[in-house]
Design a protein around this ligand. Structure first.
Ligand code: PEP
Ligand code: MG
Length: 574
């Protein structure tokens, strides 16, 4: 087989695909390189002014098209992202800042980039968090205008139809939310880690994704054919025909096995221990997918995904409708609705909360309730209302103190009383679960168990807080590892302190075959994961006995490092 250029990365959402690449947000430096050289030939002041005017008209048309493209599927809020740029283009002050530079001798493209950069820097200093967040938009608009000035395509050659592989340096959760899963065959990014929300969202949308693919945006060009194997984290650029043919025949390009098909058999260990396999979702639509893959309920509905890419939070009606749809899809099975967990990697500018010095340690999760009880009351009303037609439960993120659980129980009672006073039907009882994702919650698990109806261990955050290694920080990616014995010890301690309170795990670890197995060994009986992982985990559970897994966990707790734990897990496959 002839050699092809390949890039290794980390698989964060399984799948395999062969499709044309589309470079999202071409590197602005590409445009800057053209700008430095100037346009072909010289550009008089008059040429520059005309070039800018044409570029601005074209940008307005492009942005209007983008707004109209997203509106039907994603609604007015997401279309508004582009409309804000159109408004800025029409602002005479904005145009004048560019024209002044052109009159002073700058090429149009350089004038645009320079003026937008200056504007963005000013905005970044504003006290208002929403406006500050617009700095990135201004820079994006500058790149679009500069590309238009230079006759380049600002959106690369976006295919109008068919599937394509999105290649980017990095993607924010909002950008992933804006992708059309029907058109995206896979995602390949240079940055990002397995527990970044962009990765998690890709997994829950069922889009195969490889992150940490160094050099992807320089080695791959829009239109290249790429084979993405997001089972093993490898990307082939313009693969040779024999490799493409092997893919088309359904073979693993590496010669290994693909994942098993979803089969809704019960997840029973060889010695008859029942493990509940639930789904993590970020939208009501995903509940349908989760149900079709045999999910026994939703263990984590990340409500915050409904808050991304818009200018204001969703209202009670919208939330109620989404939750009712998820409950209907789950057809009587439980749906654990996590109240808004914003503030760490998911900054919601419209909440107008001052940017934390260290967002992972800032005003995130239930801590936001003190600043914005209105947001949570709206959610609680929606959960109570939707709960009339199914089994909704609440899940509280980032708990560090018993008082936080009590505060939410009070808010829940307040929401229920309000609905009763208005004569609006509601669920009689909504159980309240606590996410165990901080060391404080682990140490207080005994006390929290007296306040909570169930626990759900957020292994993604628990790992970052136990190991003091940021989950999205590439520099410490090697140190961020769920298999570290300290993380396993924290999970073991939680299970022990929980007593009769049921304990599940909903971090990414629960959806990794080895992670699921060791969690069962540690005594966890409920695992919640991206729907795409259910089949492989179900199959693995059925191959092992609880007794063997418990022995494995006991040994793992005595080991010194994540590497040693991973090696001990290999023995299971032998
Ligand atoms: C977790 O922290 O493990 C978790 C499930 O929540 P999130 O990834 O959304 O922080
Ligand atoms: Mg978390």
């Amino acid at each position: 087989m002839s050699a092809a250029t390949t890039i290794a990365g980390l698989s964060v959402s399984p799948g395999r695909t062969l499709a044309k690449a589309f470079i999202l947000r071409p590197d602005p430096l590409d445009a800057a390189a053209h700008v430095g050289a100037g346009p072909a030939g010289s550009e008089s002041v008059q040429d520059g002014i005309e070039r800018f005017a044409a570029a601005s008209d074209l940008a307005a048309r492009q942005l209007r098209e983008l707004a109209e493209r997203v509106r039907p599927g994603l609604g007015d809020d997401k279309a508004a992202i582009f409309e804000a740029d159109i408004e800025l283009l029409a602002d005479p002050e904005f145009a004048e800042a560019i024209l002044a530079r052109i009159r002073a001798g700058a090429f149009a493209a350089a004038a645009v980039l320079d003026a937008c950069e200056e504007h963005a820097r000013k905005i970044e200093k504003l006290p208002d968090a929403y406006l500050r967040e617009r700095a990135a938009d201004i820079r994006g608009l500058g790149r679009r205008l500069a590309a238009n000035c230079l006759g380049l395509s600002p959106d690369a050659a976006a295919p109008q139809e068919g599937e394509f592989v999105i290649v980017a340096r990095d993607l924010t959760p909002a950008e992933v939310a804006l992708l059309d899963p029907e058109q995206v065959a896979a995602i390949v990014t240079e940055a990002g880690g397995p527990a970044s929300h962009a990765a998690i969202l890709a997994a829950s949308l069922g889009i195969p994704a490889v992150v940490g693919a160094a050099g992807a945006t320089t080695l791959i060009r829009s239109g290249d054919l790429v084979l993405v194997d997001a089972f093993c984290g490898r990307v082939w650029i313009n693969p040779p025909p024999e490799l493409a043919a092997a893919f088309a025949a359904g073979l693993d390009p590496q010669g290994g096995d693909g994942p098993a098909d979803a089969r809704p058999q019960p997840a029973l260990t060889q010695d008859g221990t029942r493990v509940a396999l639930l789904a993590n979702i970020g939208s009501a639509g995903e509940a349908v997918r989760a149900a079709s893959r045999g999910a026994e309920g939703v263990g984590l509905f990340r409500l915050e995904f409904m808050y991304l890419g818009r200018n204001q939070p969703p209202g009670e009606e919208e939330l109620t409708a989404a939750l009712a749809a998820a409950l209907a899809a789950m057809d009587g099975k439980t749906v654990d609705v996590r109240v808004l967990d914003a503030g760490a990697d998911k900054d919601l500018p419209y909440l107008d909360i001052a940017r934390a010095q260290n967002p992972a340690f800032g005003l995130r999760g239930v801590r936001l309730a003190a600043a914005r009880p209105d947001i949570f009351l709206t959610e609680l009303r929606a959960v109570l209302r939707a709960g009339v037609s199914g089994r909704a439960r609440l899940l509280l993120p980032m708990v560090t103190d018993v008082s936080e659980v009590r505060l939410f129980r009070d808010l829940l009672a307040q929401a229920a009383a309000g609905l009763d006073a208005e004569g609006i039907p509601r669920a009689a009882d909504v159980p309240v679960g606590v996410m165990i994702e901080t060391p404080a919650a682990v140490f207080l698990a005994g006390q929290l168990a007296r306040e909570a109806d169930f626990f759900s261990i957020g292994a993604n955050d628990l790992t970052q807080y136990v190991l003091a290694a940021g989950r999205d920080d590439e520099a410490v990616a090697a140190g961020y590892d769920f298999y570290h014995p300290a993380v396993l010890a924290a999970i073991k301690a939680t299970v022990g302190a929980a007593g009769a309170v049921p304990v599940g795990v909903c971090g990414e670890m629960a959806g990794e075959v080895d992670g699921a197995l060791i969690l069962i060994g540690l005594g966890v009986r409920t695992l919640s994961m991206s729907p795409g992982r259910l089949a492989a985990v179900r199959q693995a559970v059925r191959l092992h006995s609880r007794e063997d897994l418990a022995r494995l966990a006991v040994t793992a707790l005595t080991l010194e490092s994540a590497a040693q734990v991973r090696r001990s897990l290999r023995a299971l496959d032998a």
